[in-house]
Design a protein around this ligand. Structure first.
Ligand code: PEP
Length: 252
């Protein structure tokens, strides 16, 4: 049985004090959700350490939203995987479409970031997904296959075992437009098939999250699909009750 994960990407939202309040709200409500659901929150760098502290004893894991491609040195403004891991952070989101789009992250950059993440014991949540024009041109499977082959295929079997994948159609992120549960299932099954071409039976265990305007209203239908193992949640992760409600959306 694959792990169920609900991960909240807070993006560039919340001050440290607001982030701690939000976290406390999530932690207070978490008891309402099956312990079989694993929660992860990804605050901004500025409050990672406070959230790691607040998370002690809650079984909620903490992720960073990014890490540097280099290990250390003259890279002004960057935050290394080692710095992040030293705080007690367990995961790092890599390849988010906003990073690919606004900060020019390519597969070459992401290979370096993946290497840094693994070298420092962080488990990557690797995001893939096509733009609207790709889907309309019928290229969505090719785009997602390339995002996987160019990065994930470079992992060792041991590294692959720790990877979480998030399918996030770019046209659904922050737009209020969700992929239908059938579109999500179709792509998740495809991703698992591509992963199996390289990693064989281990791909059956890979957690594949859906992201893109997921909310309490649509999560039950999405999570009911065989290959949808949870969600990477943006906007709805900023409201503790909504984030928790999404955690309750797995089929019984
Ligand atoms: C995201 O950015 O990972 C995301 C899924 O955002 P939203 O839920 O707001 O669409």
């Amino acid at each position: 049985m694959r792990k169920k994960i609900v991960a909240g990407n807070w993006k560039m939202n919340t001050t440290p004090a607001e982030g701690v309040e939000l976290f406390k709200g999530v932690a207070a409500l978490k008891g309402e959700v099956c312990p079989c659901v694993n929660f992860i929150v990804a605050p901004p760098f500025t409050h990672l350490s406070q959230i790691v502290e607040a998370a002690k004893g809650t079984s909620i894991a903490v992720a960073a939203q990014n890490c540097a491609a280099e290990a250390k040195g003259a890279y002004t403004g960057e935050v290394s995987a080692k710095m992040i891991a030293s705080l007690g952070v367990e995961y790092v989101i890599l390849g988010h479409s906003e990073r690919r789009e606004y900060y020019g992250e390519t597969s070459a950059t992401l290979n370096k970031k993946m290497e840094q993440a693994y070298a420092n014991g962080l488990a990557p949540i690797y995001c893939v997904g096509e733009k609207l024009e790709d889907r309309e041109a019928g290229k969505h499977f090719d785009i997602v296959r390339a995002q996987i082959e160019e990065v994930v295929f470079n992992l060792t079997a041991e590294q692959f075992a720790k990877l979480v994948v998030a399918y996030e159609p770019v046209w659904a992120i922050g737009t209020g437009k969700t992929a239908t549960s059938d579109q999500a299932q179709e792509m998740h099954a495809f991703i698992r098939k591509v992963l199996a071409e390289k990693f064989g039976a281990a791909a059956a265990e890979t957690v594949i999250l859906y992201g893109g305007s997921a909310k309490p209203g649509n999560a039950p239908e999405l999570f009911a699909k065989e290959d949808v193992d949870g969600g990477l949640i943006g906007g709805a992760a900023l409201v503790a009750a909504d984030f928790i409600a999404i955690g309750k959306s797995f089929p019984k």
